[in-house]
Ligand binder design. Structure first.
Ligand code: BQF
Length: 291
């Protein structure tokens, strides 16, 4: 039976540390501020935005939710971002995805100042992750890295297989495992002999978006299995991409859904916002000559 890695517990430890540092900063007049823009009323997005707002409260950040109607124009959305870019009390800006289809996601993300891009989605910040010289890491892959590290298992030299190649999870995930000297393979919908590839994985990260996609025959005995998926099964219950019951019999470590990667994503968003606040504060002090 695999060890179950609790993302809920690890996230709570991380948020406690962030709160301590936030309390110190706040006493010096630097309270980290996060602005979350949500366009339209997708029910899942509303839950995620609410999770972020609650996390901000828990760690002592200022947070602002900007809820815009579904028919908001590109121009109006860009104007909102531009204002937030210029505000000194806002350190992090994120636009909850997905956006309604009439809006240009790339242009919207690109409009966020790289200094405030706490999701780490802008081309500039993605490029910095690629060359290993970064201030922010994308939240979900960063959370996965923390979960893997919490097992004490070395990434260096190991076979790491990532299923999924999205810009938000799969691609940066692979890059970050590579930065830690893993031997990385990215699988996707066109991959041939998928089970053969995944059975070689010492560390398997699945971000596909299909319930029960990863079955026990695809997993190596003793592997670390990280489940990024958030799906609903036939009974409407939240579940990941991994057939948890069967894979838990075979894996060495496994993350549950809910309570695995999800809470870590939120904790890493808090970490990025704290980093942004510290960088923005020291930049402001340089400007005024204050020490
Ligand atoms: C949990 C997200 C897909 C597309 C856009 C805790 C979250 C989820 C699950 C959460 C996610 C997923 C977020 C749990 C934020 C993670 O206990 O298992 C927290 O709020 N997430 C998002 O903002 O956008 C998404 C998944």
């Amino acid at each position: 039976m695999a060890n179950i890695i609790s993302g809920t517990e690890l996230a709570s430890v991380i948020k406690k540390d962030i709160k301590q540092e936030t309390d110190r900063l706040s006493k010096c007049g630097v309270t980290p501020g996060l602005a979350v823009i949500i366009v339209g009323d997708d029910p899942a997005s509303k839950i995620y935005v609410n999770n972020k707002k609650k996390a901000c409260e828990a760690v002592g950040f200022y947070s602002e939710e900007i809820a815009l109607p579904a028919d908001t124009t590109q121009k109006d959305l860009l104007a909102v971002i531009d204002k937030l870019n210029k505000r000194f009390d806002i350190d992090g800006i994120l636009v909850q995805l997905p956006l309604p289809s009439h809006l240009n996601e790339k242009a919207v993300i690109g409009a966020i100042s790289p200094k405030k891009d706490v999701d780490c989605f802008s081309p500039f910040n993605v490029g910095r992750v690629m060359i290993g010289d970064y201030r922010f890491l994308p939240c979900t892959p960063a959370g996965v890295m923390e979960l893997i590290k919490s097992t004490g298992i070395e990434i260096s030299g190991k076979n790491c297989v990532v299923i999924g190649r999205s810009n938000i999870v799969g691609k940066p995930m692979a890059m970050m495992l590579l930065n830690e000297s893993g031997t990385v393979t990215i699988c996707h919908s066109k991959t041939e002999n998928l089970a053969q590839v995944t059975s070689q994985a010492d560390i398997l990260v699945c971000a596909v978006g299909k319930a029960n996609f990863v079955t026990a025959d695809m997993v190596k005995e003793g592997a670390v299995v990280i489940d990024v998926g958030i799906n609903r099964n036939e009974d409407g219950k939240l579940c990941g991409d991994v057939d948890f019951e069967a894979v838990a019999e075979k894996a060495g470590y496994i993350t549950p859904v809910p309570g695995g990667v999800g809470p870590m994503t939120i904790a890493m968003l808090m970490k990025n916002t704290l980093t942004a606040a510290k960088l923005n504060a020291s930049a402001a002090m340089k400007k005024t000559g204050k020490k």
